[in-house]
Design a protein around this ligand. Sequence first.
Ligand code: MN3
Length: 197
Amino acid sequence: MTMTLPALPYATDALLPHMSPETFEYHHGKHHQAYVDNGNKLIAGSEFEGKSLEETITSSFGKNPGVFNNSAQVYNHTFFWNSMKPSGGGAMPGSLESKINESFGSMDEFRTAFVQGGMTQFGSGWVWLVLKDGKLEIMKTPNAENPLVHGATPIVTCDVWEHAYYIDYRNARPKFLETFVDNLVNWEFAEANLSAA
Ligand code: MN3
């Protein structure tokens, strides 16, 4: 498959004041675009050419780092854009809320665990809410790794590479993670992923 850069699901100023157009200009327009371009070059003419994005990710993991890193980063960034929306956070669909309460005890405990997961991912990576063995849990992954290669279904994610927050938050990764949960996360996207799992 040839990968393409998806359009953002909102305008680049739609997440102000929490995420700036300048962040999107670099993060979507340059970083995400580079993963698309580099991945396509590596996939062209290879055994991965006829595979879906998900198949490319799972079959290149541990075998072809170049193809894996670029294809997984294409998937991860698209998933991240969809994990946010204008006026995000707040109330969530009831079925998701009961699953979060069942898995973490309360919304507050989920929030603490998600922020802690993102803070303790040393260096570049991702923090995810995932469904694994029927239960919601927090998963942190280094670099391009994602839940698809760890037997879990992604529900929402936050990018904790420095390029995700340095323009708007400088070195304050915890503040970025708290803002993600309180003001940016798209619970309807999370609920749709949970229902489809
Ligand atoms: Mn990124």
